[in-house]
Design a protein around this ligand. Structure first.
Ligand code: CU
Length: 126
């Protein structure tokens, strides 16, 4: 009786652990959270350019927008994948977000006119 109760408790704990992969991910995110990735957003004749063009998933990004090349309506920057919609201006040129999924990510202007793309890579596994 006692033994089966212990077994049941152990099974329950295992189920809870398996049911919450988010807890493990949050821990990993906290470790990675020590660093911030700084990228630059500019605009050329083809559209938005992110430099460097690849960031790591789960690590906060600070995107510094180059107002010399990003002008007019292009200053309203939309990154739907991460819920970003922000208009930058002199004195407020940083967009902060954390990439929560990997793959090619689209950037568009508020009018869905200017376009660009960057890549989110999974953290290197060891
Ligand atoms: Cu536009």
């Amino acid at each position: 009786m006692v033994r089966s109760a212990i077994a049941a408790a152990a099974a329950l704990m295992a189920a809870v652990l398996l049911a919450e992969p988010g807890a493990v991910l949050a821990q990993a995110g906290r470790d990675q959270g020590k660093s911030v990735q700084v990228v630059r957003l500019s605009f050329d004749d083809k559209g938005y350019v992110v430099t460097p063009s690849t960031v790591t998933k789960g690590v906060p990004v600070k995107m510094e927008v180059d107002l010399d090349t990003v002008k007019g309506c292009m200053r309203t920057i939309v990154i739907d994948a991460f819920g970003v919609k922000q208009t930058v201006k002199a004195g407020a040129t940083t967009i902060a977000f954390t990439p929560t999924k990997s793959g090619p990510i689209q950037i568009v202007c508020g009018m869905n006119m200017g376009k660009g793309q960057f890549t989110v890579a999974d953290p290197a596994s060891k």
